[in-house]
Design a binder for this molecule. Structure first.
Ligand code: PMP
Length: 285
């Protein structure tokens, strides 16, 4: 596949972009990342993703000097040379290569920075139109889910298990309340049309799509509430959906084998999908 990948200042062919086995990203998942949607060659909510990336870096004490403008121009260049009309741009920053030691305080590291693209259909997908079926699992990730690290094994195992069971994805449950999806934020809508999603805290990743959806709800006078909800509330909700930069707004029509509402995509979610799409079109960069 003829595709360029940026690695530490150089644009490589995909298969030539190689990182040391002593990189702490490989040894310890000592790395943070962001994924940003690309629509018609433009980045969606780029500033918000950059700002969350800076926060993740700060939270793991990783100092990284690159200018924002430079990151933006590398991402734009890759979108251009890899001819990405609709898809994703990933940026991953690890603490770098060093002596294998849990304690990283003594070593001086040069961070590793990788930026790559992925062609992917995000709009008008089968899932966005027909909805997805999910299963719930006990929360099994670490306690700082607000930091977007590359420790994605628990989510990856959970998503694979959901797929083995013939479902599309999973929601995690902790202390009786849904936290979020394997790689998305979880929402329900009750009979009054009130949109409910978990409040921000270290228990969930503060999704950029989540916050845009809430902003658009506010702007368009749709009621919403940020609070925890249980599996029972989700089962008997009127509608449900997930949000992420990789899929935008996707309806959830079944949870643990139980239909949500009528078991088909409902009107509230369709309205939110439409709102989201119309609003983000106005702010592509
Ligand atoms: N929660 C988790 C655990 C995720 O991995 C993601 C996707 N990155 C999200 C929520 C959604 O965040 P965003 O809307 O910024 O993609």
């Amino acid at each position: 596949m003829n595709e360029k990948v940026y690695l530490n200042g150089t644009y490589f062919e995909r298969n030539d972009a190689l990182v040391s086995v002593f990189d702490r990203g490989f040894l310890f998942s000592d790395a943070v990342y962001e994924v940003t949607a690309v629509i018609k060659g433009f980045l969606v909510d780029w500033e918000s993703h950059l700002s969350r990336l800076k926060n993740s870096l700060k939270e793991i004490n990783l100092s990284f000097e690159m200018q924002e403008k430079e990151i933006f121009s590398i991402q734009k260049k890759l979108i251009d040379v890899n001819k990405i009309d609709e898809g994703l741009v990933y940026i991953q920053i690890t603490r770098g290569v060093g002596h294998r030691d849990f304690n990283f305080e003594e070593d001086h590291f040069e961070p590793t920075i990788v930026i790559f693209t992925q062609e992917k259909k995000i709009l008008n997908t089968n899932k966005a139109e027909k909805g997805i079926k999910i299963v719930t699992f006990d929360e099994m990730r670490w306690k700082r889910r607000d930091i977007k690290t590359t420790q994605l094994l628990a989510s990856s195992l959970a998503k694979t298990e959901a797929s083995k069971r013939g479902k599309d994805d999973c929601w995690f449950i902790e202390d009786g309340f849904i936290t979020e999806g394997s790689s998305s934020n979880a929402f329900i809508i009750n009979d009054n049309g009130e949109v409910i999603t978990r409040e921000l805290s270290p228990k969930i990743l503060g999704g950029i799509t989540r916050s845009s959806v809430l902003e658009f709800c506010k702007k368009n006078n749709l009621n919403f509430r940020e609070s925890g909800f249980t599996k029972i509330e989700a089962k008997y909700a009127c509608e449900a959906f997930i949000t992420s930069a990789t899929n935008f707004v996707v309806p959830v029509i079944e949870i643990d084998g139980h239909k949500i509402g009528k078991g088909v995509v409902g009107n509230y979610v369709k309205e939110i999908q439409k709102l989201y799409f119309n609003e983000i079109q106005k702010r592509l960069s």
